[in-house]
Ligand binder design. Structure first.
Ligand code: NDP
Length: 249
């Protein structure tokens, strides 16, 4: 029970990596507040997670969304100890095929909303609290066709170090997970048939020395470690969970 009596806010907790993390956190004794936009998947997650989960419907690109989620966490559970700023969208378009609105939507969701989630939460966090940001191997690998996405995640890497330095005097740790290709709804949206998905995964696996994609729980386990007191002397760090990825097809 590594998170006994802790309360965690997990953005994008209704799907993929966020949902897997919510499940692991609850198994370890935490109470979780999950946010998302899709009412159907929020309801399904609430049923799966049970009474130790609170669901807040929120589009984090809107001004007061993060404040509402934080206020709901405090009202229901009394404290906030862990924040996993995880919500994100893909942006796999090449330079010539990306319009301004698409570029700005990716940055607004994957970078700006993460900053304002941390801003909303941090006044409520006490010494010992842990913030984890979700990056991507795109922030370091230069994979073609995803400038906006890579820029948003590169911003996460930079912000991780700054936030860690800023919040360290208050005893709050800030770290990041850096996932490689991981089988979740974001990933599955990249192919329209099971055969196309199989081909895509086979191609990606060639660039993954461990030979296969990650599962959402692989990322969740790294987040759990960073959230727990086992990581009490770790801040400004990045844990890469990508099977050793060396590129993309
Ligand atoms: P999912 O699509 O399963 O989850 C994305 C989550 O983000 C959903 O819960 C979604 O909620 C939420 N979300 C998206 N936009 C908003 C918004 N504007 N406001 C609130 N919530 C929002 O994908 P993953 O689990 O794979 O992605 C989680 C994170 O992991 C992302 O940041 C992604 O970039 C990162 N990542 C994923 C990789 C992968 O291969 N899967 C690799 C590297 C990084 P809703 O559905 O309700 O809109």
């Amino acid at each position: 029970m590594r998170l006994q009596n802790k309360t965690a806010l997990i953005t994008g907790g209704n799907s993929g990596i966020g949902l897997a993390t919510a499940e692991r956190f609850i198994e370890e004794g935490a109470r979780v507040v999950i946010t998302g936009r899709n009412q159907r998947t929020l309801d399904a997650a609430a049923e799966k997670l049970g009474p130790n989960a609170l669901v807040v419907r929120a589009d984090l690109t809107e001004d007061d969304a993060a404040e509402r989620a934080v206020a709901a966490a405090i009202e229901r559970f009394g404290t906030l100890d862990i924040v996993f700023a995880n919500a994100g969208i893909p942006g796999a378009t090449p330079v010539g095929g990306t319009d301004r609105a698409q570029f700005e939507r990716v940055i607004a969701t994957n970078l700006t909303a993460v900053f304002f989630t941390v801003q909303a939460a941090s006044p409520h966090l006490a010494a010992g609290a842990s913030i984890i940001l979700n990056g991507s191997v795109h922030q370091v690998l230069g994979i073609p066709g995803a400038s906006a996405y890579a820029a948003s995640k590169g911003g996460i890497g930079a912000m991780n170090r700054v936030l860690a330095a800023e919040l360290a005097p208050r005893g709050i740790r800030v770290n990041s997970v850096v996932p490689g290709a991981t089988r979740t709804p974001i990933w599955e949206s990249r192919a329209s048939t099971p055969e196309a998905m199989e081909q895509l995964e086979a191609a990606y696996s060639l660039a993954i020395p461990l030979g296969h994609l990650g599962a959402a729980v692989d990322i969740a386990n790294a987040v759990l470690f960073l959230a727990s007191d086992e990581a009490k002397h770790i801040t400004a760090a990045e844990i890469v969970v990508d099977g050793g990825t060396i590129g993309a097809p």
